[in-house]
Design a protein around this ligand. Structure first.
Ligand code: FAD
Ligand code: SF4
Length: 505
């Protein structure tokens, strides 16, 4: 039976006996753990949104012939990719955090085209296996986590050069039925809240790294997996009584380290095995999708801009010109992120496999903006909030008969505004800029889908500086024929803008 809504999704996670370590102990039932539950609630929203607004958060899949959650849909048009972005912004607004399902969505889409091309070269059957697998998860309506980032050890060395060969996930054993993998994946978003994990390589591989060229789907409760829960700033506030101090009591993100020890992947769930030369294609396509998925942060930006406008109002400064200007600046930055992401989706092209891939240059520009602008939006939010955002007493003091009346009197804002509401909105700003959801809004913005330099490399590759030199020299009336100092990799970015006829001009 497919999972129909958020409540059924939450129930589907019970009783799986995962080996999860948190605070030095095994977690009995993550669903009932007060610190973990907000992250589960965030994914539950993705189910409820699909039920309540199917146009936005579901799609008709021609693979399975049914309406499926958009997070499980293989893009059949540019509009499908635009709709992913619309859904991501909405979910960011609804949760104020990372809702954890985009890595899986982007992994399925990048694998769809990459497996097709591996089969074309090697005569393998990965694409058909993947289609069967996608059909199954679509019909059952499951959550997929995408496990790409290895722990990596010495960053200057390739997988096979590491002193400890387990620094990257690798095949350690084979039998006629499949392969066994060992290693660890770091920072895994929503992995404990998922039903399946797709393991993928994290970097370009060479012949000697063949055992590291493994892609496969693994149930989250497969034998041999250990999860070590990641701490988030102020996370234990979720375990306290009351709901004010956590700032956003309902929702949070989740990251954990996944350790694989001889974990089995059966042949029918293997989508790459040794075709090392396709690792870079998979990673580039995945990061291309995922870097534009970071428009999710504009939904969070909407929340933070709203919180800033609300606190300005509570403080009686809503009409001050510099406050209005700061809100405009925050909006300008937020929409600049959205503009690049959604433009990347609109500028999609069809791959040989038939699915659609967004524009790489604009995806990288989108993500690069995300590594910077949320920090500036956060700075402006803290400016507008005032110092109380970091000096406010706890909810316990507010509820205490001794100190409560004092706080009620001395933490008042403008007339007609409740002190409690003023404290709540300040806690939300703290949550997003310093607390639990600053993980999602700030540091995930920096490193998720690749650290800033990874985008600069991609932008440089697609800069078409030779082409731009030609454009400039024509206007300066410089005759061609001289030797060029730099020859950069060719890119089709201008072809995607102007059409391939542009080459002739
Ligand atoms: C909140 C969060 C959620 C995430 N979720 C997921 C997920 O769901 N799935 C997943 O697979 N990954 C996930 N990631 C991982 C993310 O993709 C990585 O954090 C990112 O790729 C950077 O890798 P790293 O953290 O190991 O940093 P490092 O590689 O240690 O980078 C640190 C710095 O060193 C530089 N550097 C690294 N290597 C080199 C080199 N060889 N030469 C020169 N400079 C170098 C980087 O540019 C950076 O400035 C998540 C990350 C975060 C923070
Ligand atoms: S960071 Fe954004 S894109 Fe990535 S999984 Fe979370 S919500 Fe989705």
């Amino acid at each position: 039976m497919p999972i129909k809504n958020g409540a059924e999704y939450i129930e589907s996670l019970r009783g799986r006996h995962l080996k999860i370590y948190l605070f030095g102990k095994l977690v009995d039932e993550p669903v009932d753990h007060k610190m973990i539950r907000p992250s589960i609630n965030a994914i539950a929203e993705t189910y409820d949104l699909a039920a309540n607004d199917p146009e936005l958060a579901s799609a008709h899949s021609s693979l399975s012939g049914i309406q499926v959650n958009r997070f499980l849909h293989i893009a059949e048009s540019a509009q499908d990719l635009v709709n992913q972005n619309r859904m991501q912004r909405k979910l960011g607004q609804l949760t104020g955090t990372c809702f954890q399902r985009c890595v899986g969505m982007d992994a399925l889409n990048s694998l769809y085209s990459t497996t097709y091309e591996i089969d074309g070269k090697h005569g393998t059957v990965y694409h058909k296996r993947l289609i069967d697998y996608i059909g199954k998860v679509q019909r059952e309506n499951l959550v997929i986590g995408g496990a790409m980032t290895d722990v990596k050890g010495d960053r200057s060395l390739s997988p096979s050069q590491q002193e400890d060969p387990d620094m990257f996930v690798r095949i350690v054993k084979r039998d006629p039925k499949g392969v066994y993998i060992t290693g660890a994946k770091a920072h895994q978003t929503g992995c404990i809240n998922s039903h399946w994990i797709i393991v993928m390589p994290t970097m370009r591989l060479k012949q000697e790294d063949k055992d590291y060229a493994i892609v496969g789907a693994i149930p989250v409760d497969a034998p041999g997996i250990t999860y070590i829960y990641g701490r988030q700033s102020c996370d234990t506030r979720s375990m306290e009584d009351g709901d004010m101090d956590s700032g956003n009591a309902m929702y949070s993100g989740q990251e954990a380290m996944i350790i694989f020890k001889d974990v089995f992947i059966p042949n029918e769930l293997i989508f790459m095995d040794g075709e090392y030369e396709f690792a870079s294609m998979l990673i580039e396509r995945f990061t291309c999708y995922h870097r534009r998925s970071y428009v999710c942060k504009t939904g969070l930006g909407d929340v933070l801009i709203g919180a800033s406008a609300a606190i300005a109002d509570y403080n009686g400064v809503a009409n001050a010109s510099h406050i209005k200007d700061k809100l405009v600046e925050m909006t300008h930055l937020n929409e600049t992120i959205f503009a690049a992401g959604i433009a990347s989706s609109y500028l999609s092209h069809q791959t040989p496999s038939g699915n659609w891939q967004n524009d790489d240059m604009l995806a990288n520009v989108c993500k690069h903006n995300v590594t910077k602008f949320p920090y500036e939006i956060g700075r402006l939010a803290q400016d507008i909030a005032g110092g109380l955002v970091v000096t406010m007493p706890s909810e316990k003091e507010f509820r205490s008969p001794e100190t409560g009346p004092l706080l009620e009197k001395y933490l008042k804002g403008r007339k007609g505004v409740s002190t409690e509401n003023r404290m709540r909105i300040l806690r939300l700003i703290e949550n997003m800029t310093l607390g639990r959801n600053a993980v999602g809004y700030l540091t995930e913005s920096m490193h998720g889908a690749g650290s800033p330099q990874a985008q600069r490399i991609q932008i440089a590759r697609q800069g078409q500086f030779e082409k731009k030199k030609k454009i400039a020299k024509r206007l300066a009336n410089i005759k061609e024929g001289e030797a060029s100092e730099t020859v950069l990799e060719p890119s089709e970015y201008f072809d995607r803008i102007f059409g391939s006829d542009n080459k002739k001009k």
